[in-house]
Design a protein around this ligand. Structure first.
Ligand code: NDP
Ligand code: MG
Length: 388
């Protein structure tokens, strides 16, 4: 039995991970975590009977303890509770489904403990990729991407990620992007887009933050940075192609011009299951791909209209604490957009302003990264009046 910890079990990635586990034998849910949705967390406790549940929010944890006092599950509270369950000695696999930089310290705890990590929380690598990857090398932690594009690249590379000769064989990574709900729109049309419009993603059903990131193309920008760290490639070797059908999840082009792609219907259960079972592949009863159903098209992204993608490349080129500022300002701006307090184009504008005004720290430690994140969030709140 493989013992699995799911960080963020109440979210889109978390619930789909539990679905995959419930459909397979050989996995046992050791611990889960939620933040605010204690109703769903209670259902999950009753169905999966985990040993631990971490609820970082103290008030919610108190309420939750009362709800499940008839069960044997132990409730842990406070932010450290996430790190605790992420590094439990008997955990075999940790799925990181927390959204945002809140996932950084728990993911790092799992890396320090040398676990296999099914990495969904891309913000961890965007902000602290150097620290996370070098720690993984020391501890032997295995980072298996759950993000569909990175799972695809990992599969195309046939897991030769750590092979030194691979650098010269690899020409470039072709990261595919659906283009999101606003593909083809002009800046004028985008100006009036509201949260409800941005939340209508054509192909994927995901949490609110990543769905807005898909609409601004910031998600693709974060994924470019995620790929840089995961596969240890320079940004010049990561290109983005808009592929509206989300069937080709990404591709790798080699020195001899051979291009290898991984395809499948857009369903996160496939990369989640692969991260759980790698290197094995288990059967999956639904979602077989029928290639006769739709033509496959590819084109370059409009980075002039969708500025966030260019901002992410720029942040990655500079490095240091700048990607953290890109990420932190974006998290704050997306939250404001979802609350209807700023417009769609303001997201990119305020992120750019924060990046311009940030004093970059070159080789940041974790504390510098957390401080840069806080700085970016405060910057957004303090400068809102300038964009409105
Ligand atoms: P959701 O918003 O659906 O879920 C987020 C989870 O994180 C919930 O369990 C939530 O708890 C928890 N959470 C939120 N804030 C905090 C916090 N401050 N501390 C601890 N836990 C917190 O997000 P997704 O599942 O969509 O995304 C999760 C991650 O996976 C993101 O990094 C995203 O980029 C990545 N990803 C997601 C994909 C998808 O298909 N959804 C695809 C590829 C990557 P609660 O709900 O109880 O408040
Ligand atoms: Mg993705």
């Amino acid at each position: 039995m493989k013992k699995v910890v799911i960080l963020g079990s109440t979210g889109s990635i978390g619930t789909q991970s539990l679905e995959v586990i419930s459909e397979k034998s050989g996995f046992l849910v050791l611990a889960i975590s939620g933040n605010s949705n204690i109703e769903l967390l209670e259902k999950q406790v009753r169905e999966f009977n985990p040993k631990f549940v971490a609820v970082p929010n103290e008030e919610k944890a108190k309420e939750f303890k009362i709800k499940i006092k008839d069960t044997e599950t132990q409730v842990l509270s406070g932010k450290e509770s996430l790190e605790y369950i992420a590094s439990l000695p008997d955990a075999d696999i940790v799925i990181t489904g927390i959204v945002g930089i809140a996932g950084l310290l728990p993911t790092l705890a799992a890396v320090k403990a040398g676990k296999r990590i099914g990495l969904a929380n891309k913000e961890t690598l965007v902000t602290a990729g150097d620290i996370v990857m070098s720690t993984a090398q020391k501890t032997g932690a295995e980072i298996i991407p759950v993000d569909s594009e990175h799972s695809a690249i990992f599969q195309c590379m046939a897991a030769r990620v750590n092979d030194k000769d691979y650098d010269s064989e690899l020409k470039r990574i072709l990261l595919t992007a659906s283009g999101g709900p606003f593909f083809g729109k002009t800046k004028d049309e985008l100006r009036n887009m509201k949260a409800a419009d941005a939340l209508r993603h054509p192909n994927w059903s995901m949490g609110a933050k990543i769905t807005v990131d898909s609409a601004t193309l910031m998600n693709k920008g974060l994924e470019v940075l995620e790929a840089k760290h995961l596969f240890s490639v320079p940004l010049s070797k990561v290109d983005v192609l808009v592929h509206r059908q989300s069937i080709v999840h990404s591709m790798v082009e080699f020195a001899d011009n051979a291009v290898i792609a991984q395809m499948g219907v857009p369903d996160m259960k496939l990369p989640i299951q692969y991260a759980l079972t790698y290197p094995e592949r288990l059967s999956m009863c639904d979602n077989a791909l029928d290639l006769t159903k739709t033509p496959l098209t590819f084109e370059y992204a409009d980075t002039d209209t969708f500025r966030c993608l260019s901002l992410a490349y720029a942040a990655g080129e500079t490095g240091g604490t700048l990607p953290t500022v890109l990420n932190g300002a974006n998290e704050a701006a997306v939250a404001l957009f979802l609350e209807g307090k700023i417009g769609f184009l303001d997201i990119g504008n305020i992120v750019e302003m924060a990046m311009d005004d940030h004093k970059v720290i070159k080789n940041p430690q974790i504390q510098d990264i957390l401080s840069a994140d806080l700085w970016a969030r405060e910057y957004v709140m303090a400068n809102l009046h300038k964009i409105q």
